[in-house]
Write a protein that binds this ligand. Structure first.
Ligand SMILES: [Zn+2]
Ligand SMILES: [Zn+2]
Length: 303
């Protein structure tokens, strides 16, 4: 899948960085998109990217602070204008239903496509047999969630070269072997496992909403392929950051190190930081956790 950052600034936008939003473009036949947070003007960022607004199928909101949600109503109404018939599912903390309902009412807006809103609590919130999403509570000044996205393991494909080498040629028998069913061919029992390649391990991704460093052990993070963590302030402002329910760059790096994650991306950096500050912030993270990257608007990568 492709991950694209649409907004990376904390609290308010800057000329170069919009407020929070991250898009996941899934590698399924319909290339559906999942959004994580939808700060003000996220739809403007979408217009500047390769993302098709009608492909958005799920929106996960980490918490109800303005810099994470103010773009939601505009986006929902634009999807209406773009005439979509697809179901859109929105996941957020308690109050999100009322927020959406009231905002639509007082702006005299309407939605002409199916929509479902879920008020989430810790635990599994989605599982379609391909992806599983769990959420867990963080340490912020209001209810804020982290999301754990697990791509389920895929069955290994058939080792056709080996089959042919052993004189088993393509045909309906391949399906039987792939299903690992017992089979006798020319009087000989076939060991199906021999012809199935290793399981393809699904990726594990964790996205944090706003939080000061988590204190309780969280097994979801262990060895995950990607951790996206907020780093609102530089570590010299540790006390202010933590009092406001935020983390510093170094604290994010220590979480990544503690849980042996494979890659850390820091985002949600204060609007006060310019390009040079951000370079410096990244450099000090790398000293703690070498595989750290800093997100900027439209930064994207495959995972
Ligand atoms: Zn925020
Ligand atoms: Zn917040």
């Amino acid at each position: 899948m492709l991950i694209k950052f649409l907004g990376t600034s904390a609290g308010c936008p800057t000329l170069k960085r919009n407020v929070s939003s991250i898009a996941f473009i899934l590698n399924n036949p319909s290339y559906e998109i999942w959004l994580f947070d939808c700060g003000e003007a996220t739809q403007h960022q979408i217009l500047k990217s390769c993302i098709k607004i009608t492909k958005i199928r799920k929106i996960f909101i980490t918490h109800l602070h303005a810099d994470h949600i103010l773009g939601l109503i505009g986006l929902l109404t634009t999807i209406s204008i773009n005439k979509s018939n697809n179901l859109l599912e929105i996941y957020g903390s308690k109050g999100i239903k009322k927020y959406i309902k009231c905002s639509l009412k007082f702006t005299n807006s309407y939605i002409n496509y199916p929509i479902k809103i879920y008020e989430i609590k810790e635990g599994e919130i989605y599982n379609n047999g391909i992806f599983k999403v769990k959420c867990f509570i963080l340490n912020h000044i209001i209810e804020s969630y982290g999301f754990y996205i697990k791509e389920l393991n895929k069955k290994g494909s058939l080792n056709v070269d080996k089959l042919i080498l052993d004189g088993i040629f393509p045909g309906p028998i391949y399906k039987i072997i792939k299903n690992n069913e017992n089979i006798i061919l020319d009087g000989k029992k076939i060991n199906c496992c021999k012809y199935i390649k290793n399981i393809i391990k699904g990726k594990k991704i964790v996205i944090f909403g706003d939080t000061s460093p988590i204190k309780l052990y969280n097994k979801n993070l262990l060895n995950c392929d990607l951790l996206i963590h907020e780093a609102t302030l530089h570590h010299k402002y540790k006390n202010i950051a933590n009092q406001r329910g935020h983390s510093t760059n170094i604290q994010a790096a220590y979480i990544a190190k503690k849980y042996c994650v494979k890659k850390l991306v820091i985002t949600h950096l204060s609007a006060r930081y310019n390009y040079n500050d951000l370079k410096y912030i990244l450099k000090s993270c790398i000293k703690v956790f070498p595989n750290t990257f800093i997100a900027y608007d439209f930064y994207s990568f495959k995972i």
